[in-house]
Design a protein. Structure first.
Length: 123
């Protein structure tokens, strides 16, 4: 039962953080940033937030610096929006999974185009 509650709270935190990030006024935080994954500790005291940006890893790192600076605001907003016993300490981690996914999609498109050209040439 506790793991179900923990996973549900992680999903709620993920949803609210996505909305809160839009309100952060720090210029280092990119508008193209996205929450990839949220890992909430079993006791709810710590929360690892993995973020990524479509603009690349350097943009993600700058955004993480801005998020760390605004951690107090984010934590307060999160506590106000969710009915929690205690507000978890947030740790922001840069992740390049969105950029890697975009790169894989681009490469698959290139392969598909070369196969179409090969099929047209063989006919």
């Amino acid at each position: 039962m506790p793991s179900f509650k923990n996973s549900r709270m992680s999903e709620d935190i993920h949803r609210e953080l996505t909305d809160i990030f839009r309100q952060v006024k720090d210029p280092r935080v990119s508008s193209m940033i996205s929450v990839v994954r949220v890992e909430l500790a079993g006791d709810g005291s710590h929360c690892k937030v993995y973020v990524s940006s479509l603009l690349g890893m350097e943009d993600t790192r700058q955004s993480v610096k801005g998020l760390r600076s605004a951690a107090g605001f984010i934590r307060r907003e999160l506590f106000a929006r969710l009915k929690m016993r205690k507000s978890p300490e947030l740790t922001f981690i840069a992740d390049d999974s969105i950029a890697r996914g975009a790169e894989v999609t681009r490469k698959l498109s290139q392969i598909e185009q070369t196969e179409e050209v090969a099929d047209v040439e063989s006919d």
